[in-house]
Structure formats: structure tokens, C-alpha cells
Design a binder for this molecule. Structure first.
Ligand SMILES: Cc1cc2nc3c(=O)[nH]c(=O)nc-3n(C[C@H](O)[C@H](O)[C@H](O)COP(=O)(O)O)c2cc1C
Length: 248
């Protein structure tokens, strides 16, 4: 099913002893407040990569969720708390929009675009935003620029790197949430109507002005056919391996 994983041995964790009591208390203390529950088996590298491989850009979405809104919220919260950031700056921010609030976002985008595109373009543009509105929700991702600016000022030797590192951490969060939602059986696609919509979004949900919008992850029930595989450059072109024992 996932040919690229064929060479990766599945780790057998069946003999790893975690006392049931410890397991219960860990999953209760950490996962339950997030609306998540742990499976008894430890994660494997193969299943982790399988989830990453299975994530796709899915445009045909509806409002039927294969999981609860609480669980989706828990996934975003868990990802937020787990994804790393440079100097542990924690500059990532997110807003999860469901139902009417999600539709409000796509009404905002549609309204903004209407003032900017030609009549000819409007036909395809409005169909596109109607498609996003037909989904179940959107996760808005932000970088808190005040946090980044504090690091710029306090650690001048890395001043020019902090905005880059903040973007990298934000991207890690986006990918983590996208993969996790796909693993739950949701479809999703990543949009970038920022900065056109920034002011209206901040007003609509009363967000701090220092939260800079970076992307919009639309999610919902998958409809239509599975997206066709995308063409990939050969992995040898993109990954070089040096010094492997026995030679590669
Ligand atoms: C940083 C980044 C920005 C993207 N921006 C958009 C976007 O604005 N609109 C869109 O429809 N897809 C966007 N995508 C989706 C990519 O086009 C898509 O991930 C890529 O073609 C690979 O297809 P896949 O997601 O099905 O694996 C973006 C993806 C990434 C990683």
C-alpha cells in the first residue's frame, strides 16, 4: 500500500513493559483533557511515516466529520504543545473555526476577493471559495510577532534568524495538524489568503494585532475520488547519503 515504507522494519514494542496503572494515569493526565485517548500499543516509525504519506491535499470536502469537534480541538492543542520552536520561544498561535464561524471566514475571503478580481476571474474564484465554505472547519495559523521581536531584541547575534525560525516552527505545526487530521480520516487543504484578509480576520475574532496570519487549513469530510498521486522527483536527487557502513 505504501511502497516507500517497504524497507522500514516495523518496530515491535510488544515486550515493552508499561505498567497499566502508569499508562492509565499518563493518558488520563495528558491526553484526556485534550479530548484524546491513547491506544495501548506504542507508536511505530512505520505507522508514523504511513500517516505522513497518507496526508494529501483534498479539495472536495463537506461538513460531515468522521470525528468529533472536541477531538479536532484536542489534536490542535496537542500539536501546539508538542511542536518545537527555537529557544522554546513558542511563537505559534492557532484559532479553530467550526460551523458558522468557519463560514464567516470564507464569506470574508469571498468579499475581499470580489473587490480585487475581474468579472471573468470571479466565476472560478467564487466557485473556489464556495468549495472551502462547504467544508466543516478551518484552522487559522499565526505567528505572534511580539514574541519574535522580543527574541530579536534580546539576542541580537541571531536577530535575523528569529523570524525564519518562527516560520519554520509554524510550518512544523501546520504539517503536524494536517497529518493528524488526515490520520483521523478528514480531508484538508492549505490556503493562503493572508495578508489580504488579515485585518478583517483580526476584527472578526478579536485577535491581538501582533498575531500575524500565516495560513488557513480547511478541513472536512472527504467527498469525491482520492486525489491522484503527485509526480515526485527521484529521492536520490533530493537525499544524499554519506558514510553509510557498507556503502550505498
Ligand atoms: C507551504 C505550502 C503552501 C501551500 N499553499 C497552498 C495554497 O495556497 N493553496 C493550495 O491550494 N495549496 C497549497 N499548498 C498545497 C500544495 O500545493 C500541495 O501540498 C502539493 O502540491 C503536494 O500535494 P499533496 O498535498 O497532495 O501531497 C501548499 C503547500 C505548502 C507546503
Amino acid at each position: 500500500m505504501f511502497p516507500s515504507l517497504a524497507g522500514i522494519p516495523s518496530h515491535d514494542n510488544s515486550n515493552v513493559d508499561v505498567s497499566p496503572k502508569l499508562f492509565e494515569s499518563l493518558s488520563g493526565a495528558i491526553l484526556a483533557p485534550l479530548g484524546l485517548s491513547a491506544s495501548r500499543g506504542a507508536p511505530t516509525t512505520a505507522s508514523f511515516l504511513e500517516s505522513i504519506t497518507a496526508r494529501r491535499t483534498w479539495y472536495a470536502l463537506d461538513k460531515t466529520l468522521p470525528t468529533t469537534q472536541e477531538r479536532i480541538t484536542g489534536i490542535v492543542q496537542d500539536a501546539m504543545q508538542s511542536v518545537p520552536s527555537s529557544f522554546n520561544a513558542q511563537s505559534n498561535r492557532a484559532v479553530v473555526l467550526f460551523g458558522a464561524e468557519h463560514e464567516k471566514l470564507w464569506d470574508i475571503v469571498t468579499g475581499v476577493l470580489k473587490t480585487r478580481v475581474s468579472e471573468d476571474q470571479w466565476i472560478s474564484t467564487s466557485a473556489k471559495t464556495a468549495g472551502f465554505r462547504a467544508a466543516a472547519g478551518t484552522v487559522l495559523f499565526f505567528v505572534d510577532t511580539e514574541v519574535v521581536q522580543n527574541f530579536v531584541e534580546n539576542i541580537p547575534s541571531y536577530a535575523d534568524q528569529f523570524p525564519i525560525w518562527a516560520t519554520q516552527s509554524d510550518a512544523m505545526l501546520q504539517h503536524t495538524v494536517w497529518v493528524a487530521l488526515a490520520t483521523e480520516g478528514l480531508g484538508g487543504n492549505l490556503q493562503h489568503y493572508n495578508p489580504l484578509i488579515d485585518t478583517k480576520v483580526a476584527e472578526a475574532w478579536d485577535l491581538p494585532t501582533n498575531w500575524r496570519l500565516t495560513s488557513q487549513l480547511v478541513f472536512g469530510g472527504r467527498i469525491g475520488p482520492t486525489p491522484e498521486p503527485k509526480e515526485k522527483k527521484s529521492v536520490q536527487e533530493k537525499v544524499r547519503v554519506v558514510g553509510m557502513a557498507g556503502g550505498a
